[in-house]
Design a binder for this molecule. Structure first.
Ligand SMILES: [Zn+2]
Length: 453
C-alpha cells in the first residue's frame, strides 16, 4: 500500500519518497521543490536577513491563522535556496504531522540537533535520492571515487551546491577520496572551485535558468503586497536608478523632492517651471510611474510605448515631439548593439506590432516563465528598434514593467553599475549569440530580489 505522510513522518528518507511526487505527475530532476511547497499549501516569501540565516519556517500565529510560510534569503544562490526550502518543508511537515513546534524544541522536549539532522537528511534525500545518484554515478566516477573536478557538473543534475553534492557522496556513499571531516571537506571543495576557474558556470546556464523558472512559476505573486511607505521609497529608487543609469546627473534626494511635490501639487508643482533638462526628465519618469501604478491597467498594445514616451517628455519645451519616431540613425551608448536603420523603422515597427498582438492573444495561457521569456524578447526587439531619438531604454523598461505588473510581478530596475555591466551586457549577448538566457537569468534574479523589497 502507498505510504502516507503520517506513515513516514518519523523517517526522513521515507518521508522524502512520499513528498517528492508532490512536484507533479512526473518525477523531474532537478526536483521542483518550489512546486512541492505550492502543492503542500506552503507559502514562500523572499526576504533579506540581517544575519547569514538562509531561511525560516513560520508556524501560523494562532488557530484562526492557516498560513504556513517559509521565508527564504533573497541573496542566496538558487542551489542554496532550494536546499533551504527542502529543509523548511521538513520543519513544516514535522510541525503539522508530528506536532514538533518551535515551543517544543525550545522547551527541550525534542533535541534541536537531532531535529536539524532529521530535516537535513530529508532535504538531501528529497533532492538527491540514492537511486538517481547511483544512476548517474558511472558518468562521474573515476576508479573508486568521484574526483572533486566532477562534483560541480554532477551537482547541477540535482540543482544542489557543489558542497551539498560532495557531502552526499562522502557521507552517503563514501565516494570522496581523502579527508572528509565536514570542515575539511568544505575547505577542499571551496578551494578547488576557487582555484579552478575552468569549472565553467556558463556551461550550466540552461540548468540554472530552468531552476529560476521553477521559482517564478510556483511563486504566488498575488499574495504579498508592500505598504505605501515602502512602495514610495522603492519608486524613488526606481526613478533615480533609471535616470542615473542613463548618465543623467541627479541625486536621489532631488528625485524624492520632485516626486513628492508632483504628488502634492500635480500640474501646479513648482518644478514645472524650472526648465532644467534633468528635472523635466525626472517629472516625466514620475508620470510614467504614475501611469503604471494605476489599478485598472490593461494589456498594452505596442502603440502604448509611444504614450509612455509622451509622458516622459510631457513637460519638455516641445512636448509634441514625445512619441515621434527618430529620423536619423542611432546607437545604444555603451552596448555595441546594432540598431535598426531609421528608414527601416516603420516597416519593422509594423511587423513587431503584429507579433505583439499575437502575444497578447495567448498571454493568459502562458506560465509566468514563458510569459517573461516572450516579454524579454519584445524588450530586446524594442531596444534594437530604438524608435525614438532619446529615452528608448527608459520607455522599453517601463513597458516591460507594465507587462510584469499584469502578472502581479513587482517592477524591476537595476542599480547604476548593474545597468551598465549586466543589463547592457546581456542585451549585447543576444545581439552577438542570439542567446536570451543571460537576460532571462538577470531578470529572474532581479525579480526575486525585488520580492524582498
Ligand atoms: Zn532548521
Amino acid at each position: 500500500m502507498k505510504k502516507t505522510i503520517n506513515d513516514a513522518i518519523h523517517d526522513p528518507v521515507q518521508l522524502a519518497e512520499v513528498i517528492r511526487p508532490f512536484q507533479g505527475t512526473q518525477t523531474v530532476f532537478p526536483v521542483d521543490v518550489f512546486q512541492i511547497a505550492e502543492s503542500l499549501n506552503l507559502f514562500i516569501k523572499f526576504a533579506r536577513f540581517e544575519s547569514n540565516q538562509a531561511g525560516r519556517y513560520m508556524q501560523p500565529f494562532d488557530q484562526d491563522d492557516h498560513i504556513h510560510l517559509v521565508v527564504l534569503s533573497a541573496t542566496d544562490d538558487i542551489q542554496r535556496q532550494r536546499f533551504t526550502l527542502a529543509h523548511e518543508i521538513a520543519h513544516y511537515l514535522r510541525y503539522v504531522y508530528a506536532g514538533i513546534s518551535v515551543e517544543i524544541i525550545e522547551a527541550g522536549k525534542v533535541d534541536r540537533k537531532e531535529e536539524e539532522k532529521f530535516v537535513n537528511t530529508f532535504a538531501s534525500h528529497l533532492l538527491a535520492p540514492n537511486e538517481k545518484v547511483e544512476d548517474v554515478l558511472p558518468t562521474f566516477k573515476v576508479g573508486d571515487y568521484v574526483p572533486l573536478e566532477n562534483i560541480g557538473e554532477m551537482s547541477w543534475i540535482f540543482g544542489l551546491s557543489p558542497l551539498a553534492m560532495a557531502s552526499i557522496l562522502a557521507y552517503r556513499f563514501d565516494l570522496i577520496d581523502g579527508e572528509t571531516d565536514p570542515k575539511i571537506l568544505k575547505h577542499r571543495v571551496t578551494t578547488y572551485l576557487n582555484d579552478n576557474t575552468d569549472y565553467d558556470v556558463n556551461k550550466f546556464l540552461e540548468t540554472k535558468s530552468a531552476l529560476y523558472c521553477q521559482v517564478i512559476d510556483a511563486y504566488r505573486f498575488d499574495l504579498f503586497t508592500i505598504d505605501e511607505h515602502q512602495e514610495r521609497r522603492k519608486v524613488i529608487r526606481y526613478i533615480y536608478n533609471e535616470m542615473a543609469g542613463e548618465g543623467i546627473d541627479i541625486s536621489i534626494e532631488e528625485v524624492a523632492e520632485i516626486f513628492t511635490d508632483l504628488d502634492l501639487h500635480e500640474t501646479k508643482s513648482q518644478f514645472m517651471k524650472t526648465g532644467k533638462q534633468r528635472v523635466i526628465e525626472a517629472l516625466g519618469q514620475c508620470e510614467i510611474y504614475r501611469m503604471l501604478a494605476q489599478n485598472n491597467l490593461t494589456f498594452p498594445s505596442l502603440h502604448d510605448i509611444r504614450n509612455l514616451h509622451r509622458r516622459l517628455y510631457q513637460y519638455a519645451p516641445h512636448p509634441e515631439a514625445g512619441g515621434t519616431f527618430r529620423t536619423a540613425n542611432a546607437s545604444v551608448v555603451g552596448s555595441g548593439l546594432s540598431v535598426v536603420g531609421f528608414q527601416d523603422l516603420p516597416v519593422q515597427w509594423h511587423s513587431l506590432s503584429k507579433e505583439f498582438d499575437d502575444f497578447a492573444d495567448v498571454a493568459s495561457d502562458l506560465s509566468n516563465s514563458e510569459y517573461l521569456k516572450r516579454a524579454l524578447e519584445f524588450h530586446y526587439s524594442l531596444t534594437v528598434l530604438h524608435p525614438f531619438p532619446d529615452g528608448n531604454g527608459r520607455v522599453a523598461r517601463a513597458f516591460l514593467n507594465w507587462l510584469l505588473k499584469l502578472r502581479d510581478i513587482p517592477f524591476v530596475f537595476f542599480e547604476k553599475e548593474e545597468m551598465k555591466k549586466q543589463y547592457l551586457g546581456s542585451l549585447s549577448s543576444i545581439d552577438a549569440f542570439n542567446d536570451y538566457k543571460i537576460l532571462q537569468l538577470l531578470y529572474m534574479r532581479a525579480i526575486i530580489s525585488a520580492l524582498a523589497d
